[in-house]
Design a protein around this ligand. Sequence first.
Ligand code: G4P
Length: 279
Amino acid sequence: MNLQWYPGHMTKAKRQMQEDIKLIDVVVELLDARIPVSSRNPDIRTLAGGKSRVVLLNKADLAEEVETLRWKERLEQEGSFVALVNAKNGSGVKNVQFVIRQACQEKLERDRKRGILNRPVRAMIVGIPNVGKSTFINSFAGRACAKTGNKPGVTKGKQWIRLNKNVELLDTPGILWPKFEDPQVGRNLAFIGSIRDEVVNTLELALELIACLTEQHPGLLTQKYEIEEGEDAVSVLSGLAIRRGCKRKGDEPDLEKAAALLLDDFRNGRLGRVTLELA
Ligand code: G4P
């Protein structure tokens, strides 16, 4: 799904989340490991209230491993329980249930003291659009898990996925919104393809990406496309257009086409693993 939010969406999503949060023990927030700040919802602390929180750095396959580990450490220092995940191929997904249990340790201990044993921990997946919630739920739940169905009077209308005797998952994820007001956030979300290309200027975006990559990862574009990086972003893009045979009539370099190609390569990991926000 691509981002296209209106105030009405946000109010509805917020209300829904506030309802759902009452039913669960732990909020599992998915972030994009390439942009852990920009993919984070500004109000999650308030929304999650006193519930335990787990942060999953998803799409870890597209981010730089060292940077993702730095983020993990930083988020843990801030009090979150963190796991690295690739929801698409399932790596790291199995470990999440242990992290969820860890995050709920205090609650489980309280339950135990009150004689409540074997009550599964209830979790809910939340995150901004396109961060990988559905992919994660499918991967986490797997084929073996049956839906437990509605429990009349208790969780009316809600479906739970029983992962095992320890963990149950609400089958509908909570959709959060990003920090729209921050232009840097908008730019980062556009880079990774979470804002519809129809509403952004692809050429401008590609030029910004070139500026960002040549500053943060000097040499990367030269290495991948065998083009000069030294000049300004327009000449880098022009070099890419020539190199890749993107031409208009009269042999003019087709910058629009080269922009689309660059963005596509970046989003699909063909430029290698790139973390845009550092811990
Ligand atoms: P959402 O529910 O949060 O909106 O996200 P969704 O699961 O639909 O995932 C959005 C896109 O991100 C999908 O790609 C999905 O395959 C991809 N994705 C999710 N997790 C990972 C991950 O860990 N690594 C990588 N590389 N990609 C991930 P898509 O292009 O929309 O669809 P498709 O390519 O799977 O057909």
